[in-house]
Structures are given as C-alpha cells and as structure tokens.
Ligand binder design. Structure first.
Ligand code: SF4
Length: 254
C-alpha cells in the first residue's frame, strides 16, 4: 500500500488521535534504507529515478490542508511524518521540520509534530537537531539482537545495533520507542522476536535507551513476506507488562 499524496488524511490513529500525515517520499514507489519483511509499503524496488517530494510543494500542500481544516473548525492532534519510506533520508528534512513548526504554530498550535523513523539517520547532526525540536520522535527498534534486527529489517547498509542504541541515547527520556513483534519463516529461516532470549535483549536495550514511552504492535495488514504471523493482544500485553514493571509507560496496540 503506497500513499499517493504528499499530505494525506487526517486519519484517526489509536496512538496519535486525529493525525494529518506528511509523506516526504516518492508517491509512486517506496524509498527506504531498510526493507522490513513486514513493511506495509511492500518490498523496495530497483527504480533508480526515485525522487523525494520537494520542500516547497510539501509546505504548500500542508498549508492548504491546514487552512481548509481551519475553515471547518477542525484541528489535527498530530502532524505526522510517515509515508512511503524513511522521512529522515530527505536531504532537506531539517528545513522541512522548521516549515512544519511554523505552520503548526500558525494554524494548529495544539497539534503535536510526530516523526515515525527507523533511527538509521541519527549519525547526521541535522537529523538529530530536527528530531530534538519536535514533540514525538518515534524511533524503531525491532530487536535487541543484531542478527534478528537484520533478518526483520533487512538494512541496505552495514548495520550495528550498538550504534543505533548509542544514537538513541541522545533522546533519553524524550523519544518514543516503537517495536513490531512477529514470528514466522522468511528465506528458510525462523524469525521470532518474542522468545525469552529476545525479550530479555529487548528489555536490556530499553534500559540503555531510557525512552519516554514505548509503543508495541504487531502485523495488521498484508506483509511482503507471506508467512509471518500476528502476535495475540494477550501476548503483546504480557510483553508490555514486563517493560511496565521496569517503570516504562507502554502502549500495546489492540
Ligand atoms: S523502516 Fe518503515 S518504511 Fe522502511 S522498510 Fe521498514 S517499515 Fe517500511
């Protein structure tokens, strides 16, 4: 499923309320430096002409949408960067966040700005600075074990979970950690990030990162890898309970 608009919605999100989406990525194909086996946008494609949406167009579409919502006395709870891939890869991400802050303050001052990110661009000082300006940096960590994270997220570069965790520590008590729990077979290998060993490694990672909040969820729609299984809510909630016992606020998606 691809988003075919630069600014989409608003949609109702269980986690963020009335959420107005911003898609910085191409409308006709996904652009991401991960290739997650569960990605709702499908597998990465080899199309070499993928282009990020232009900063001015994004600003224009967002302003038009916020104005039309204002005219109907409607206001978003969140302006949320998600869409067809990884938003922080956009070369003008910092400036786009500044534009969005300005428009939010003008048209919807109570709205939060949220960015859903895979946390792979945190070595870039501009990306970190931009994420520190917003309300909700929602950063992905699908396993505390390097090999499992590689199997689930299929990074398109040399991946080190220690580096990702180190970068996330910049956002101590500020970021929201997001984890997808699943199990199944992919490429002839069993994948299960809910085993005792996995959960222990995930809890250890949380203790190092110290997020403000944690969101856990499971598969909700069709996935590109076809033999993945959803985790029951009872199981998700028992995982959430373990993190709650360590003092964290945890939302498990129903
Ligand atoms: S990080 Fe997000 S957009 Fe990228 S492959 Fe994974 S789920 Fe898809």
């Amino acid at each position: 499923m691809l988003f075919n608009e630069t600014v989409f919605g608003p949609i109702h999100s269980r986690r963020l309320g009335v959420s107005l989406g911003i898609n910085l990525l191409p409308l006709e194909s996904k652009l991401c430096n991960f290739n997650c086996i569960y990605c709702e946008c499908g597998w990465n494609t080899k199309d070499k002409n993928k282009k990020f949406n232009l900063r001015d167009e994004i600003k224009l579409h967002l302003e038009l949408k916020l104005k039309s919502m204002n005219a109907e006395n409607r206001y978003p709870d969140s302006i949320t960067f998600s869409g067809n891939g990884e938003p922080t890869m956009h070369p003008e991400f910092y400036a786009i966040i500044d534009d969005t802050l300005m428009l939010r303050n003008k048209y919807a001052p109570n709205a939060k700005i949220s960015v859903l990110s895979n946390a792979t661009m945190l070595a870039n000082a501009n990306v970190v600075a931009a994420l520190l300006k917003i309300d909700n940096a929602i950063l992905k960590l699908d396993s505390g074990i390097n090999e499992t994270a590689i199997m689930i997220n299929k990074p398109q570069f040399t991946y080190s979970i220690d580096k990702i965790i180190e970068h996330m520590q910049i956002f101590k008590h500020r970021m929201i950690l997001q984890t997808m729990f699943l199990r199944g077979i992919y490429d002839g290998k069993e994948i299960d990030n809910t085993t005792e060993t996995e959960i222990q490694a995930w809890l250890n990672a949380i203790q190092k990162i110290e997020p403000r909040e944690i969101m856990i969820y499971t598969i909700d729609r069709k996935t590109p890898a076809d033999s993945l299984q959803k985790i029951s809510f009872a199981e998700l909630d028992s995982i959430a309970e373990l993190a709650r016992k360590s003092g964290y606020k945890v939302q498990a998606a129903k």
